[in-house]
Design a protein around this ligand. Structure first.
Ligand SMILES: [Zn+2]
Length: 112
């Protein structure tokens, strides 16, 4: 194993790609006969990419789960209000006013 990373990296600035040079970091791993630093080790690069992808997926799933819970709470409230108030127009007006003023139902989970 060479003691220097063998990855080609661009130079500084916008035209850096014209001046590709060898990474100056110390080699930490050998893959298929080539030496790599921790930054350019293909195994670590892949791990970082997958971790980032998973974090994005987790965020998307969290947002979708919150949205779905809020939706269910809102449906529950509409049903409850419909049962309490027999004046459908009054109930509908109140809910629409609430949505327009806050962008959402006031039904809230203590989680957020
Ligand atoms: Zn490197």
């Amino acid at each position: 194993m060479s003691n220097q990373c063998e990855e080609k990296v661009p130079g500084e600035g916008r035209w850096g790609f014209v001046h590709m040079h060898r990474c100056s970091n110390a080699a930490k791993a050998e893959r298929d006969g080539k030496s790599y630093c921790n930054t350019h080790d293909p195994v670590r690069v892949k791990e970082r990419r997958e971790k980032k992808y998973q974090e994005r997926q987790d965020n998307v799933n969290l947002v979708l789960a919150r949205r779905e819970q809020e939706r269910q709470e809102f449906i529950t409230r509409v049903i409850e209000m419909g049962q309490l108030e027999h004046d459908v127009q009054k109930t509908a007006t109140r809910l629409v006013d609430e949505i327009l003023s806050t962008g959402r139902s006031r039904a809230r989970s203590p989680l957020w």
